[in-house]
Design a protein around this ligand. Structure first.
Ligand code: AHG
Ligand code: MN
Ligand code: MN
Length: 325
């Protein structure tokens, strides 16, 4: 499709092209885009927070202002709960899932999110993001149940992320390729900028927090020595979305392995690893925990953590050779 096509038009035409694609995602993704625009605006104001008196104080309008991750969480809930497509929402920021209140029509999907990824970078003006996943619910009652959320990544029907960077972008897949849209702040619309993204099968970038070297588990150190010998270059932002996005476009590998401090890795399976693994596989890449594919892991806890090795297919396969030994 022509670059510059608006997100809504793109979604409608995708829906026509694939008869199996339901219109449900057209409205869900449009509302996700609305949340992304609101957050993009807030993120851009983050540097003014102290000046305008935020941080639990009252702002110039006399409103109490929340932390940005709480704000992001509430914004997604507010724009998504009325769509009629959801039964519940799970989030890194909430102990228990949010049930769509009876005041709204209930739908057949559940939404899972890391509403604000890379929070430690907010204060220093470095890219942050949001990550989301959508599954068909399994239960049939009036409320979402735990089993609706504890599904294998393989069963996702949609996943995506928003990156608030030098420009704001939304990247998503519904299982028909990965597409990227850039927010044109002048008109407030997401425009198609990257159609059918494919990650190169090998990359020249590796992304890992090398400060953890002395607590890494088996094989990680050896693999990192190997990538240095190969002449790969190090890039690590500390916002998963930003590191993932760069590697997706340029080719590369991101690792957050298990270590002595984080025995199961640090990142969350349902809100971070699974959605990005679905996206990377749709872009011909790979996501693993060092032993098995992320998408094949059956979760048993909502906030479960997992080691994550994700990116270019051949790089991930090479890393797995070191990590599984
Ligand atoms: P979040 O801000 O959602 O808690 O996620 C932080 C994550 C992720 O964005 C990043 O890749 C990772 O933490 C960085 O961790 P280290 O500082 O331990 O490297
Ligand atoms: Mn995160
Ligand atoms: Mn987060």
């Amino acid at each position: 499709m022509e670059l510059g096509t608006g997100l809504t038009q793109f979604l409608i035409e995708q829906q026509r092209k694939y008869p199996s694609a339901t219109g449900d995602f057209t409205s869900l993704l449009s509302e996700i885009a609305t949340a992304a625009k609101v957050l993009s605006r807030e993120v851009n104001k983050a540097g003014l927070i102290d000046i305008l008196g935020f941080h639990g104080k009252l702002n110039v309008h006399g409103e109490a202002v929340q932390k940005l991750d709480q704000f992001a969480n509430d914004t997604f809930i507010k724009v998504l709960r009325h769509t009629g497509h959801l039964i519940g929402i799970a989030s890194e920021e909430m102990e228990e899932p949010y049930q769509i209140p009876d005041a709204y029509p209930k739908g057949k999907y559940v939404f899972l999110m890391d509403p604000l990824d890379g929070s430690s970078n907010i204060d220093v003006n470095i890219s942050i993001g949001s990550i989301f996943a959508i599954y068909r619910r399994k239960s049939v009652g009036a409320h979402a149940t735990t089993e609706d959320f504890l599904q294998k990544g393989r069963d996702q029907v949609c996943a995506g992320y928003i990156i608030y960077g030098s420009s704001t972008m939304m990247v998503y897949t519904t299982g028909f390729g990965v597409h990227g849209f850039t927010l044109d702040p002048g008109i407030g619309e997401f425009l198609l900028s990257h159609e059918n993204i494919r990650i190169p099968s090998r990359g020249s970038i590796y992304s890992i927090n090398e400060g953890n070297e002395f607590i890494w588990g088996n094989g990680v150190g050896q693999y990192i020595k190997q990538v240095k010998k190969e002449g790969k270059t190090a890039r690590y932002v500390g916002s998963l979305v930003a590191d993932f996005h760069r590697n997706l476009l340029k080719g590369g590998i991101f690792l957050y392995p298990a270590d002595a401090k984080n025995k199961n890795g640090k990142l969350r399976l349902l809100y971070e690893a699974s959605p990005l693994a679905f996206i990377v596989e749709q872009a011909q890449g790979k996501g693993s925990d060092g032993r098995q594919m992320i998408l094949d892991i059956a979760p048993d806890k909502l906030h479960q953590r997992v080691p994550l090795i994700i990116g270019s297919k051949e790089d991930v396969e090479e890393a797995n050779g070191y990590l599984s030994s």
